[in-house]
Design a protein around this ligand. Structure first.
Ligand SMILES: NC(=O)c1ccc[n+]([C@@H]2O[C@H](COP(=O)([O-])OP(=O)(O)OC[C@H]3O[C@@H](n4cnc5c(N)ncnc54)[C@H](OP(=O)(O)O)[C@@H]3O)[C@@H](O)[C@H]2O)c1
Length: 242
């Protein structure tokens, strides 16, 4: 099994939800993390809380909107300046607008595609050179909505089908350069996604995948033998809602 202590990861959208769960799992394994947010104060506050909780490694917070390629390049640069190397990138930042085509607005369409799909491309493009130096690992957080479509999901399905396809094609581009690439496709996860409050009613949230479960999956992928690559991973609640 690979040792991951002392390595460095960059997580887009690490202030809450899945990104935060992955940050906590990596820090507990001794991996330094840079987390991004659209807000500098939120990124820095979250990093402060993480550093108070974990002393095995260090967290920093960076303002970088994934819709902005320049900010993604600067996020990679800041991570390299702080930690000297970049081993892991988790392109996680995302949101959802759900409405039938008659009600879906152009603004909702653009925000969904710009964040969920172009954001993953910018994160990959900005980091692939640094990852080639460390023979690192790039993970995108797609969704089960990236292979199953549903009414009201036109924008979200389009973005996540896109992420699934983009990530698999990128995997083929870089696998022989020693960079690993996977996409994780979760079902329902207990987060703040789409206005959900994961803390409001624990009973209602208990059936869902928890953020620490995705953190564990990511850690296990990073520890896997270099010869083997689980490239597309569907993750669902073991039981449906009661
Ligand atoms: N929850 C689920 O059931 C589920 C299932 C499958 C897939 N996913 C996917 O998982 C990913 C994370 O979602 P989540 O459930 O953890 O949602 P969440 O709790 O709402 O967290 C979303 C994170 O993304 C960040 N973010 C949003 N837009 C951003 C932007 N333009 N630039 C940078 N950061 C941005 C937010 O940070 P700030 O607000 O601080 O900017 C926040 O940290 C998304 O890609 C989502 O599609 C979620």
């Amino acid at each position: 099994m690979i040792r991951i202590k002392g390595k460095t990861g960059l997580i887009t959208g690490g202030t809450k939800g899945i990104g935060l769960g992955i940050a906590e799992a990596l820090l507990s394994e001794g991996v330094n993390v840079a987390i991004t947010s659209r807000s500098l104060s939120k990124a820095e506050e979250t990093a402060k809380q993480l550093n108070a909780k974990f002393d095995q490694a260090k967290a920093i917070g960076i303002k970088a909107d994934v819709r902005n390629f320049q900010e993604q390049k600067e996020a990679v640069q800041q991570t390299l300046e702080k930690f000297d190397q970049l081993d892991y990138v988790i392109a996680n930042a995302g949101l959802g607008h759900f409405a039938p085509i008659s009600e879906l607005t152009e603004e909702q369409w653009k925000e969904t595609i710009d964040t969920n799909l172009s954001g993953v491309f910018y994160s990959a493009k900005a980091s692939v050179e640094a990852l080639s130096k460390t023979k690192g690992y790039f993970i995108s957080i797609s969704s089960l909505a990236g292979c199953n479509f549903f009414a009201g999901g036109a924008a979200y399905n389009a973005s996540k089908f896109g992420v699934t396809g983009f990530t698999q094609a990128m995997m083929l581009d870089v696998r022989d350069k020693g960079i690993k690439v996977s996409t994780i496709m979760p079902g329902s996860v207990s987060t703040h996604f789409n206005g959900n409050n994961p803390n409001v009613n624990e009973d209602q949230e208990a059936w869902k995948i928890q953020i620490e479960d995705l953190g564990e999956i990511v850690v296990n992928l990073f520890k896997m033998h270099p010869r083997t690559l689980p490239s597309k991973i569907e993750v669902r609640p073991a039981q449906t809602k009661k």
